[in-house]
Ligand binder design. Structure first.
Ligand SMILES: [Zn+2]
Length: 387
């Protein structure tokens, strides 16, 4: 049985979905720049999780959004002198090309924020009715004082939260309108840029309400797993919990919060805003998709990952050896019940310990008979995508 770490409870628990279908929502990209290794590692972690659940007989409904309106898109579009929506469409297309080359199991639904604004309005209306939000000059803010569990996910002090908020792209838009510096925008009247009509006036949705609305609309009010990069824990996921639980009255709306550690370059987070990125399409000129998957997955997913080119080369060499030892995949390869297979699956079901699973594949691949090798190939290819 799969055991999975939940960030909110700070522990590993046996995974028990609440319905016949496992529901998974992963926070997707804000398309304004090219896919880097940090994105790839996060989405490949969830790719392995989905494939593992499906290989073990579960049906998974997987939703991943596209944040196609955001201050960062508007800022980049203004800098480059291009239309914001054309920039978003172009970068989203490139993201999908990159992930397809990495062989991901595509989400079942990829909602776009700009197409779901009416669902955001519904949630905002409910939050106002319940007294969890207030209007100031055409903007609507969530009142964190109304949520007694606020802060449970990130466990940060208010001072630390304020320091993080000051670094956000939209920080400058909310000054002086809020009752509490931790209150966050659900809807904003803005001085410039694209806007949509709303009951509170023309404006743009806040980032967090976008994901609450899309997750609740596409998956319902019981979400088994909600994932993303570890940098989303605060404010994005903390605020999502506050909104979704205030709206539905259900706690928890999400069973497991799963976060992938960030990819670092020279000890600094790889990020678009800092410009220290290694792009997937560049890495794929030096390694095959299977080797790049091997490299990014062969370490504990919750910890930060330090990118080093010599490590990528070593991973590519190990991947080539494993592929040779396992032999060529065939259509009839299927996961069996032999001891070697069980050991590999046990590692994966232990909070996705891919590094241990790969080590066990490597040890068994050479000595196993053809029947067992066919089963190991089915895992290496079907679940991990590394051969
Ligand atoms: Zn999100």
């Amino acid at each position: 049985m799969l055991r999975l770490y939940d960030t909110r409870r700070r522990g590993i628990f046996p995974f028990r979905p609440r319905g016949r279908e496992v529901t998974l929502y992963v926070c997707g990209v804000t398309p304004y720049d090219t896919t880097h290794l940090g994105h790839a590692r996060t989405y490949l972690t969830f790719d392995v999780l989905v494939r593992l659940l499906e290989a073990r007989g579960r049906t998974v409904r997987y939703a991943q959004n596209v944040t196609d309106i955001d201050e960062s898109i508007l800022q980049r579009a203004a800098r480059d002198g291009v239309a914001w929506d054309a920039l978003g469409k172009r970068e989203e297309r490139k993201f999908l090309e990159d992930m397809d080359r990495l062989g991901w199991r595509k989400p079942d639904v990829m909602p776009h924020a700009t197409r779901e604004i009416r669902y955001m309005h519904q949630l905002i209306r409910q939050l106002l009715e319940r007294g969890a939000a207030y209007v100031v000059d055409g903007s609507v803010y969530f009142s964190v004082a109304t949520e007694k569990r606020y802060g449970e996910l990130s466990r940060l002090s208010p001072a630390k939260m304020r320091a993080i908020l000051a670094t956000q792209d939209d920080a400058a838009l909310d000054e002086r309108r809020r009752r509490d510096p931790l209150d966050f925008a659900l809807w904003r009247s803005v001085p410039s840029g694209p806007t949509w009509p709303s009951p509170w006036g023309q404006g743009r949705p806040g980032w967090h309400i976008e994901c609450s609305a899309m997750a609740l609309h596409h998956l319902g009010d019981r979400i088994d797993i909600h994932g993303g990069g570890a940098d989303l824990i605060y404010p994005h996921h903390e605020d999502e919990i506050a909104q979704s639980e205030a709206c539905t009255g259900k706690c928890p709306v999400v069973g497991w919060w799963v976060h992938a550690g960030l990819v670092r370059l020279d000890m600094a987070k790889m990020s678009k805003s800092d410009g220290n990125m290694v792009f997937v399409r560049d890495a794929l000129t030096r390694a095959s998709p299977e080797a790049l998957r091997f490299y990014l997955l062969d370490s504990p997913y919750r910890r930060p990952f330090d990118h080093e080119e010599p490590r990528l080369a070593r991973a590519a060499a190990r991947q080539a050896t494993l592929a040779a030892d396992l032999g060529r995949p065939t259509r009839s390869d299927a996961i069996g019940r032999d001891a070697a297979t069980r050991r590999v699956l046990a590692a994966l079901e232990d909070d996705l310990n891919v590094a241990r699973a790969i080590g066990r594949l490597e040890r068994s691949a050479r000595s196993a008979d053809e029947r067992v090798r066919a089963s190991l190939r089915a895992i290496a290819r079907g679940v991990l995508g590394i051969v």
